[in-house]
Write a protein of this length. Structure first.
Length: 262
């Protein structure tokens, strides 16, 4: 399959998953807690499951030799050269609250390296795509190239994280608070949308912990394609999840790592 055909297939995946999800948004739907009443609350909805079923079926029919790793239904053939990494609704808490900062993450790895990614926000009709070399946004207002913002100074940076309470108590939380104390402004709760705003030049830093591969793989080619940098806190690959830092400016990334790794 050519690059153009692959792009069309990812658009088809986005179309189909969006159709599965949107009837549930700002409506009544079934809800389960994967944490079984523990902390933190880990919700999953009928919409999450419906979308992943559609995505898996389409991938399995078109690329039967490819592997799949999804949030709701686990993994299959993850030792394959090409593996699709799926999060049908990243930002389920926002989805439940009726806030449009959730999105469908569709990522593709080759030999473990993220090579293509899409974040689809069907309610806003926005698609953020990237291949590590370039990144684009398609929206009702038009299509444009994504570029991160130049910002080398922590004191001028805007930082985002999903929720500061998700950092482990003790050293991990202390390192985050130390970094947060040096930036110009912080915003919470945007999930995958924060990473896309970083790629669009609106946010400078996103710092997270406790991520799974399906939370970040699709976003890496978008941010890197827009000129940013994404790694683990130790500077290694972020593709496995865990503690992740994304920065629009490599100089800011280096400065933030010094704070996170004193």
């Amino acid at each position: 399959m050519s690059v153009v055909e692959l792009g069309r297939f990812m658009d088809d995946l986005a179309d189909a998953s969006g159709k599965a999800i949107l009837p549930f948004f700002r409506a009544q739907f079934g809800l389960d807690d994967k944490a079984r009443g523990g902390a933190p609350f880990d919700p999953v909805t009928e919409a999450d499951r419906a979308a992943e079923v559609v995505l898996r079926a389409m991938i399995g029919q078109t690329f039967p030799s490819h592997g799949i790793l999804g949030e709701e239904f686990g993994s299959e053939r993850t030792d394959a050269e090409c593996v699709w990494v799926l999060d049908p609704i990243d930002g389920t808490r926002a989805f439940i609250a009726g806030l449009p900062t959730w999105g469908t993450l569709i990522g593709l790895t080759r030999n473990g390296v993220p090579v293509r990614g899409m974040m689809h926000q069907p309610y806003l009709a926005e698609r953020f795509t990237g291949d590590g070399r370039s990144a684009r946004l398609r929206a009702p207002s038009g299509e444009r190239t994504l570029r991160t913002r130049r910002c080398a100074d922590l004191g001028q940076a805007i930082l985002a994280t999903t929720d500061p309470r998700l950092f482990a108590a003790g050293e991990e939380a202390e390192r985050f608070r130390s970094l947060e104390g040096q930036v110009r402004m912080s915003r919470y709760g945007a999930d995958c949308y924060a990473y896309c705003m970083l790629a669009a030049g609106q946010i400078d830093l996103v710092v997270e912990a406790g991520l799974k591969p399906y939370d970040i793989v699709a976003l890496i080619p978008i941010i890197e394609g827009a000129g940013g940098r994404v790694t683990a806190w130790d500077g290694g690959s972020a593709a496995g999840g865990g503690r992740v830092i994304a920065a629009g400016d490599p100089r800011l990334h280096a400065a933030a790592l010094k704070v996170l790794n004193p």
